[in-house]
Design a protein around this ligand. Structure first.
Ligand SMILES: [Zn+2]
Ligand SMILES: [Zn+2]
Length: 845
């Protein structure tokens, strides 16, 4: 280990600490370390070091970058047995008591000074597994963070009572045979399930999956998990497809067999892997332009590739497949089970996957990890995962680090959802963390959604994963009929005009569909009137106190500030009109929220029930009865039997966001809503209010998210943005950002953009994120920052600077290392102001 400074060797614990390097630390860190009373640490007298391996290597929960390393401590003889790698300990560090983990024991230390003893074994349970420790290091390196920060995310706080609850014996491995049917509609889908069941293969398949509309994604994910987590192997034989729609498609794919078309010759599921799993710079121009796979071809590849792993453990799989026409007869073949982990954006998705897993694998074979369970239950479940009592784990974001034993499968559903981006340092993204885990463990990976992200397209382009998409004819059969109503919007941009928001086509569609069932109305903005402008000069209306945006919370309420909550009584516009102060005192709505929309629709459609699902009242399901269901994106209830129609309102407001991902995100939100509508064959219709010429709108109308993702990917490559570049976003006070940029030793290819002044809403600052992290997921939804109940004090100007530094993707590691180093220098110099570093932030705009 590196040479240590004096910090952990300030003589015996009774000496007064002579130097406290944390003195000028950010308040947070100082509090964290000072929290514990020093009395607690009264040393036990006459300690002897352990006879063997007397030194423990420990990592400590210190927030400062320059202290991000391993320290050596002496293990007292009485802690010898318990001070094993992975256990939580407490040590004295610079006069303070600090928590940490033992990560190793050794006979000697390079350090020449005086050693401190471990103060306490917090719990003898090894909670930090080697895989998670390695993963945490990789994630810290990838995101320019500290190991301590990642470990704080990865290992939940101890809950002593839960630790004492005895493990209940459970049969970890579900016995039910695997039914690959949900995957039958996808090119390569059955092969995917089949490959998953060769669990001992050194590398399992990885796929980017574009889920069909009007189908149940949760059952498909559950089936894939089950295939990995059961001992029983049943290779489903690709079925002769009975649906005429799909039969027609075999002809399609035969057509594409033309000699000009590049072959899928390299097995994309088992590529050569360089040091960076997702590297390879730019998209390969020679790749096929259509993601549809010739299943015949894939099956050959699959026979070539996956047998190796099975050779020693089982009879040749393909022979048994040939001999096993039905699942029941294939049962003798057993391949040891492995663990499976799936992460979904929010608790509603989690509930669906929970139900699907219970159905597919039987009850009791999986656990749920989510903040909503509360600390005791969550920790209990987490311990069950740690002990290997269960093989299948599902959860929301924080479960991405779950210590699943013998991990054989990772999955993420809807990887474009913002909720997959961790709001706490170092801001890792679930998809990236899961890919790093799959890369390190050889586990299978499934990146799924109704849409496809540019990142997903990039995994396919780089041949890290192969695409799982349905045949076009199946997609056409399953998707609703989608029409645009953009021109009318273009004519009249005033969103407050009801006529423009519900153009004739939408009106007629909704009317007709209401005879058959519920109609979904998607409104991008929450609240009532979440964005206001001066009626005279059209300047955005801002809070006089904190400069936050003003909103109306109902038709009768006074405008108030979205950030600080203060009412804006007596508001006067401070804009200019014809070079003179405007002084306007009335508002014009720039956007109409879900509540006002529900109000308008209630007036327009008399005798129709209008329900809304947004904010704190999110509905899970709606019955199969006529009703208008007004919802914000992500809060759409599932309709039993599917919606008869959906209206996607105010598309312009999604597309006009100043964000690199605006188009991709608009498409994702539309597809997620439209996927809840009945298929076109069953009369399902969708009307989207957006300009039909735009790429995301075209992708929606044709239901071709992969086309859009590939386009996005190419555009991002040209613009030098992720996922083809790595970007470090540095945010802080002007002087801090300037200093950080000065300190950065960047590779030559790096570009620095900015710094520019940014206004950071409260919901985006560090303190707010720490508070927000304690709240359950559901409140993270939507465009609407959490509105404070009481007016809160905020500095009148959060005038910050932001700089972007970007490098080609292959230099991502160098960029992160440079940023870490600069952070370390500033931290060691006791720099006053914090610079927030985010690598590849989800929003760049
Ligand atoms: Zn004005
Ligand atoms: Zn305010």
């Amino acid at each position: 280990m590196e040479a240590q400074e004096q910090t952990n060797t300030e003589g015996s614990p009774d000496d007064k600490p002579t130097e406290v390097p944390l003195l000028d630390a950010p308040a947070e860190a100082a509090r964290r370390t000072a929290r514990r009373s020093v009395r607690e640490a009264k040393p036990k007298q006459s300690r002897e070091p352990a006879a063997e391996l007397p030194y423990a290597e420990v990592v400590l929960s210190l927030e400062l970058s320059h202290l991000d390393r391993v320290f050596d401590y002496l293990v007292p003889a009485d802690m010898d047995a318990e001070a094993q790698p992975g256990v939580r300990i407490r040590v004295r560090f610079a006069g303070q008591l600090v928590d940490g983990f033992v990560i190793g024991r050794k006979a000697a230390s390079d350090f020449a000074g005086r050693f401190e003893y471990l103060q306490k074994i917090v719990s003898p349970l090894p909670v930090l597994t080697p895989e998670i420790l390695d993963l945490a290091r990789t994630v810290a390196d990838r995101y320019a963070g500290t190991l301590a920060d990642v470990l704080r995310l990865a290992v939940p706080p101890r809950h002593a009572a839960a630790e004492k609850t005895p493990a209940k014996a459970s049969d970890a491995n579900p016995e039910k045979p695997v039914d690959g049917a949900p995957w039958g509609a996808y090119g390569g889908g059955r092969e995917f399930i089949k490959a998953l069941q060769r669990k001992t293969a050194t590398r399992l398949p990885r796929a980017v999956w574009t889920c069909l509309p009007a189908t149940d994604w949760a059952t498909a994910v559950a089936t894939a998990m089950h295939a990995v987590a059961t001992d029983a192997v049943v290779f489903p034989e690709p079925e002769a497809v009975s649906e005429p729609a799909i039969a027609a498609d075999s002809a399609d794919s035969a057509d594409s067999d033309d000699p000009e078309a590049p072959l899928e010759a390299d097995d994309p599921a088992v590529p050569d892997l360089g040091p960076d799993p997702t590297d390879p710079a730019l998209p390969d121009p020679d790749l096929p332009t259509d993601y549809d796979i010739d299943t015949e071809n894939l099956r050959d590849l699959d026979a070539d590739r996956y047998d190796e792993g099975l050779a020693g453990t089982a009879p040749r799989a393909d022979e048994s497949v040939a001999a096993a026409p039905s699942p029941e007869e294939a049962s003798p073949l057993q391949v040891p089970a492995r663990g499976a982990l799936a992460i979904v954006p929010d608790h509603r998705d989690l509930a669906r996957l929970d139900a699907a897993l219970t159905e597919v694998a039987g009850p009791g074979h999986h656990v749920v990890l989510s903040e909503e369970l509360g600390p005791a239950k969550r920790y209990q479940n987490w311990l069950a995962v740690l002990r290997g009592d269960v093989r299948m784990v599902i959860g929301t974001r924080s479960a991405m680090f779950a210590p699943v034993a013998d991990l054989g499968f990772v999955a993420i559903w809807d990887d474009g959802d913002d909720l997959h981006a961790e709001p706490r340092a170092p801001y890792p993204h679930v998809r990236e963390v899961l890919l790093l885990r799959a890369h390190a463990t050889g586990a299978a990976a499934l990146i799924g959604g109704y849409t496809c992200t540019a990142e997903g397209a990039q995994l396919v382009e780089s041949r890290w994963a192969y695409p799982l998409t349905a045949f076009r004819s199946t997609v056409r059969a399953k998707s609703p009929l989608i029409r645009t109503s953009g021109e009318e919007i273009e004519k009249e941009r005033d969103p407050a005009a009801a006529a423009a928001r519900l153009p004739n086509l939408a009106w007629r569609t909704a009317r007709a569909a209401l005879n058959d069932g519920p109609v979904l109305v998607q409104v991008p903005r929450g609240g009532y009137a979440p964005s206001l402008a001066c009626v005279r000069c059209r300047k955005h209306a801002r809070c006089g106190h904190c400069h936050g945006p003003l909103e109306l919370s109902s038709g009768h309420a006074m405008a108030s500030c979205l950030w600080c909550g203060r009412p804006a009584g007596g508001w006067r516009c401070d804009g200019l009109l014809n070079d003179r102060p405007c002084g306007g005192d009335r508002f014009r709505m720039l956007a109409v929220g879900v509540q006002r929309t529900a109000e308008e629709l209630g007036r327009a459609f008399t005798n129709v029930k209008v329900v809304s699902s947004a904010g704190e009242t999110v509905l899970d399901r709606v019955p199969d009865r006529p009703a208008l269901v007004v919802a914000t994106p992500g809060a759409e209830p599932v309709a039993d039997g599917g919606y008869a129609a959906a209206l996607l309102l105010d598309g312009w407001s999604l597309l006009a966001r100043r964000d690199l991902r605006a188009g991709e995100e608009a498409l994702r939100r539309w597809l997620n809503a439209a996927a809840l509508v009945r298929s076109g064959g069953d009369g399902g219709k969708v009307v989207v209010m957006a300009e039909p010429g735009l790429a995301p709108v075209q992708a929606l109308v044709r239901w071709d998210p992969v086309w859009h993702a590939r386009r996005e990917l190419t555009d991002r490559g040209e613009l030098h943005y992720p996922p083809l570049a790595r970007v470090a976003e540095l945010t802080g006070t002007p002087s801090a950002v300037a200093e950080e940029l000065r300190l950065l030793r960047l590779p030559e290819a790096a570009e620095v953009l900015g710094p520019v002044a940014v206004e950071v809403p409260r919901s985006d600052d560090r303190a707010a994120h720490r508070a927000a992290a304690k709240r359950p997921d559901r409140l993270g939804r939507g465009d609407r920052p959490e509105k404070p109940k009481e007016p809160v004090e905020v500095p009148s100007h959060l005038q910050l600077h932001r700089a972007l530094v970007r490098v080609p993707r292959r230099l991502g590691g160098d960029l992160a290392a440079a940023v870490r180093e600069a952070q370390g220098v500033r931290s060691a110099n006791k720099a006053e102001d914090w610079v927030r570093v985010r690598i590849d932030p989800v929003r760049i705009g």
